[in-house]
Design a binder for this molecule. Structure first.
Ligand SMILES: Cc1cc2nc3c(=O)[nH]c(=O)nc-3n(C[C@H](O)[C@H](O)[C@H](O)COP(=O)(O)OP(=O)(O)OC[C@H]3O[C@@H](n4cnc5c(N)ncnc54)[C@H](O)[C@@H]3O)c2cc1C
Length: 509
């Protein structure tokens, strides 16, 4: 018998393990395991498991149309696979390669031991654009692009599927009650494909300029990240559909309004799809990226401190910096925020508040519905300055607020204490005269906090300490290694001289 083990690949299309099982002529069990142990990990939240469970529930309906049945189990993967083997006998265990956090890496090692001991053939198929056992980072792009060109496939048909007679589990059965997220996307494969289509045809034209804004990005960003994380959509499908759409727009000059805007936006989106694979590849090559900084010497030299008051106020959106507070609250309420604001959150915690990246990174991971360990921990490393190979990106919250929310409407929406503050003061409410504070019943220090620390001074100090931490032979030696293993292999462009010059300098955003 074949077992197809669905992990974070909850779809029927472009699913090679499923296709392989459908062609084998053997009986098949499609398996989804709800693993409560995951919830003991610092980076995992019930919202993640609920999302996967909902996508798996949708998958079970889609599978039924193909003649297959999804078996839901709760518990430890090794024990569950052992039980199935004892009762039904597994010939082949089929799954995608998973690039997850340290915990899933260790779990997969135990599953491999089980398979070896019990004579089960575990076949792991390549996933997205991640190359396992990549011998050399220089060939990564070529190999990934080759993968992206492979043919798409539809849901396969099954004739010998073992029926599932149990009930679909609920998180409450194991004592967890996920927080409710506002505007959570509709789960499942069809919903993911509809969203991709709508982005490519209706709301993606403004993508390029809209994604830096926390409110406009909700409308014009793809919003696909939760679907990629649950694997409801394959990367190959997203890349190929985007390419076809760009080509179609190019050819049909006369029919598409704002053709150049569409092409530039979709090309920019396609580049980000490649970033996804690029970042996850880092974790594939260094599975403990969630535990150990890429440059351990810099991390040690920084010696950041977990100050509880600072940490709590940053988490709760109570720092006294209105734009950052609004972003932290949007994230908590909806489970999503755009790239630039994620980077700003890390910059504030790392440079202004000097908090350790593991604690702040784990908190953000638990807030993101789209939590993807490979992207997340690579970005956390970059934005906290602990890779040694990236420019120090220290964001000014006040500047970001003025750029992205000039009239303050976004702040007023998420920080209602400030709803009466005039636009002149919305980004720096502590500068309001006392009489104004009284007249609008918004006293800084009572109704909304004073800034937790001076923004400009604390940023300067954070940057200066970060540069000091980069000094020293050991830090530089490790940085060189990190660059060799993980650095982007972008081909030199006309601007490369300029970008080389700025890459070693400080960037203020
Ligand atoms: C500190 C930090 C943590 C992050 N953690 C995650 C995470 O856990 N999961 C996650 O999916 N993204 C993460 N990102 C990257 C990025 O913010 C999200 O991918 C993006 O906001 C998702 O929204 P979208 O699907 O509308 O993106 P779009 O802009 O529409 O992009 C399409 C897809 O491209 C990929 N992508 C976009 N930007 C990036 C990027 N900078 N790096 C890698 N891939 C990218 C994502 O898969 C995304 O779904 C993080 C960024 C930062 C700064």
């Amino acid at each position: 018998m074949d077992v197809v083990w669905f992990k974070r690949d909850l779809r029927t299309r472009d699913h090679v393990p499923l296709l392989s099982a459908s062609l084998s002529g053997k009986s098949v069990i499609c398996l989804f395991i709800l693993e409560p142990q995951r919830l003991e990990q610092e980076d995992t939240d019930p919202i993640h498991l609920q999302w996967e469970l909902d996508c798996a529930t949708d998958l079970s309906e889609t599978l039924k149309k193909s003649g297959a049945h999804l078996h839901f189990k709760v518990g430890d993967a090794v024990e569950i696979l052992k039980e199935i083997d004892l009762s039904l006998g597994i010939d082949r265990l089929l799954s995608h390669e998973e690039t997850g956090n340290s915990w899933s890496f260790e779990r997969d090692k135990k599953v491999l031991d089980l398979c070896r001991n019990r004579g089960i053939k575990w076949i792991e198929f390549p996933n997205n654009g991640i190359i396992r056992r990549l011998p050399d980072r220089d060939i990564w792009k070529r190999e990934r692009d080759k993968r992206m060109r492979q043919a798409l496939s539809d849901a396969p048909v099954f004739t010998k599927s073992v029926p599932f007679e149990g009930a679909i589990p609920r998180l409450s059965d194991i004592g967890y009650f996920p927080r409710e997220l506002k505007n959570r996307p509709e789960p499942g494969e069809d919903a993911a494909i509809r969203r991709l289509d709508a982005f490519l045809r209706e709301y993606g034209k403004e993508y390029r300029w809209a994604i830096s804004s926390p409110s406009l990005s909700v409308k014009h960003g793809s919003g696909l990240s939760p679907y990629f994380s649950s694997g409801s959509l394959s990367m190959r499908r997203a890349v190929q559909k985007t390419t076809s759409r760009i080509e179609w727009i190019r050819k049909s000059r006369a029919h598409v309004e704002d053709q150049e805007d569409w092409i530039k936006s979709l090309a920019s989106f396609r580049r980000r799809l490649a970033w996804r694979c690029h970042f996850i590849q880092k974790m594939e090559m260094e599975p403990d990226l969630d535990l150990v900084a890429q440059n351990t010497a810099i991390d040690l030299n920084m010696d950041r401190v977990l100050d509880n008051e600072r940490f709590t106020r940053w988490k709760d959106g109570g720092t006294g910096w209105p734009f950052l507070d609004a972003c932290m609250r949007q994230l908590k309420s909806t489970g999503w925020i755009n790239f630039r604001m994620r980077a700003m959150m890390m910059s504030a915690s790392s440079y202004n508040l000097w908090l350790p990246w593991r604690d702040t990174g784990a908190y953000l991971a638990r807030q993101f519905l789209d939590y993807e360990p490979g992207i997340h921990w690579s970005q956390v490393g970059m934005q906290s300055g602990t890779t040694g190979i990236n420019t120090i990106r220290a964001y000014s919250m006040t500047k970001q607020g003025r750029d992205q929310d000039p009239d303050g409407d976004y702040i007023r929406k998420w920080v209602p204490e400030l709803s009466m503050v005039p636009t002149k003061y919305i980004h720096e409410p502590w500068k309001m005269p006392d009489s104004l504070q009284d007249s609008i019943s918004c006293n800084i220090g009572r109704d909304y906090p004073h800034p937790i620390v001076d923004e400009v001074e604390s940023r300067k100090m954070g940057i200066s300490r970060s540069y000091s931490a980069r000094g020293g032979e050991e830090a530089r030696r490790i940085s060189k290694e990190v660059l060799k293993t993980h650095g982007s292999r972008r081909r030199p462009t006309r601007n490369s001289k300029k970008s080389r010059a700025t890459s070693t300098q400080l960037k203020l955003f």
